[in-house]
Design a binder for this molecule. Structure first.
Ligand code: SF4
Length: 292
C-alpha cells in the first residue's frame, strides 16, 4: 500500500502559473477552418507536467480510495468528477461518499440518455446524498435535430458527441483544476496507456483515473459486496452504456465496448482520447473519425 503523496509547494506554484498564464487554442470544425473554442483552455507548464508524472508514478500501486484521498487533498475544492453512471462511476461515487462527498459531480446530459440511467441518478442521491448535476447542451434534442435536418448520431456521431458532450465538459471544467473519470486500462487498447494522473489537454485540467489499474471483476465485486446502485440495463446484456441511439446489448464473447457506436469506426465519445493526455502539445479540439 502506498502512502498518499504529500502536498508539494512546487505543484501548487505550477498550478498557479498555469492558471494565471493560461494560453488558449482554437477548436477546428470538420472543414478545417479554425473557430473559437467553447471556452479558453489552459495549457500545462513543463513543471506541472513533471509533477503530474511523478505523482502518477507514485500512485501506480495505490488503491482507488487512496488515489481519491490524494486527489481530494491536492485539488479539492477545485476538483470535480464527470460520470455517465457506469459501474465504474458508481464505484467511485461509493468511495467518494466516504472520502469527500462535497466534490461536485456532474453528468453530461445529452438528451439521449436511457430512462434507466436518469433514474440511477436519483438512487445514487438517496443512497449517498450526492446530487449529480445534470449539464445540458444549449439546444434541446428537438432543436438540435431541426438545426441539422435530422439526428446527427446517424451520420456524424463524432460531431454529435462533440456538440453534446465535449463542449459541455469544456464549459463545466471552468474554475476547476482537476477532474476524475472512471476509465480502466483493460477497457480498450486506447485506454491501456491511461495514467493514474495525467494532463488533459482538451479540457485544460489534471485528470485523475482512480480505477485505471482495476479490472472489470474488481469493479463488479465492489458493487455486489457493498450493494452499490447500478444501471439495471447491465443485467440485460448492456456492458457499456451511453446514449440510447448509440448503445446496444453485446453478445457473449463480444468486447465490453462492442455495443457502443456499433457500425461505426468510432470507439470513444471524445472525453477520453488518449493523445489528449499527458503530453505538452495542445490539442486543437477537432472532431475525429475515431476517439472523439
Ligand atoms: S453517444 Fe450518440 S447520441 Fe450521444 S452524443 Fe454521441 S453520437 Fe450523440
Amino acid at each position: 500500500m502506498n502512502t498518499p503523496i504529500a502536498a508539494s509547494e512546487s505543484l501548487d506554484e505550477a498550478r498557479q502559473e498555469r492558471t494565471s498564464g493560461s494560453a488558449t487554442t482554437p477548436a477546428r470544425r470538420e472543414s478545417g477552418a479554425a473557430v473559437p473554442a467553447a471556452v479558453p483552455v489552459p495549457v500545462a507548464t513543463p513543471d506541472l507536467l513533471e509533477e503530474i508524472r511523478l505523482a502518477s508514478d507514485r500512485l501506480e500501486s495505490a488503491s482507488p480510495k487512496e488515489i481519491l484521498a490524494w486527489a481530494v487533498e491536492r485539488y479539492f475544492p477545485k476538483l470535480t468528477m464527470a460520470t455517465a453512471f457506469g459501474p465504474e462511476g458508481c464505484v467511485i461515487l461509493h468511495f467518494l461518499a466516504e472520502v469527500e462527498p462535497r466534490v461536485p459531480v456532474f453528468n453530461l446530459d445529452t438528451g439521449y440518455q436511457f430512462a434507466e440511467t436518469l433514474e440511477l441518478r436519483d438512487r445514487i442521491a438517496r443512497r449517498y446524498g450526492i446530487e449529480v448535476e445534470m449539464k445540458q447542451p444549449d439546444l434541446t434534442v428537438a432543436e438540435y435535430e431541426v438545426q441539422h435536418g435530422g439526428p446527427l448520431y446517424k451520420t456524424q456521431p463524432d460531431r454529435c458527441c462533440f456538440d453534446r458532450k465535449v463542449t459541455i465538459l469544456q464549459r463545466a471544467a471552468v474554475g476547476f483544476d482537476a477532474w476524475m473519470s472512471g476509465i480502466r486500462r483493460d477497457q480498450s487498447p486506447d485506454r491501456a496507456r491511461a495514467p493514474i494522473v495525467g494532463w488533459d489537454k482538451k479540457f485544460g485540467l489534471v485528470k485523475v483515473s482512480p480505477l485505471a489499474n482495476w479490472t472489470k471483476q474488481e469493479v463488479w465485486r465492489t458493487i455486489t459486496d457493498h450493494d452499490v446502485p447500478y444501471n439495471p440495463l447491465h443485467d440485460q446484456g448492456y456492458t457499456s452504456i451511453g446514449c440510447w441511439p448509440c448503445t446496444r446489448a453485446v453478445a457473449l464473447g463480444e468486447d465490453e465496448r462492442a455495443g457502443r457506436w456499433s457500425g461505426f469506426a468510432k470507439t470513444e465519445c471524445g472525453l477520453h482520447t488518449l493523445d489528449d493526455q499527458g503530453g505538452a502539445e495542445q490539442d486543437d479540439g477537432a472532431p475525429r473519425s475515431t476517439g472523439l
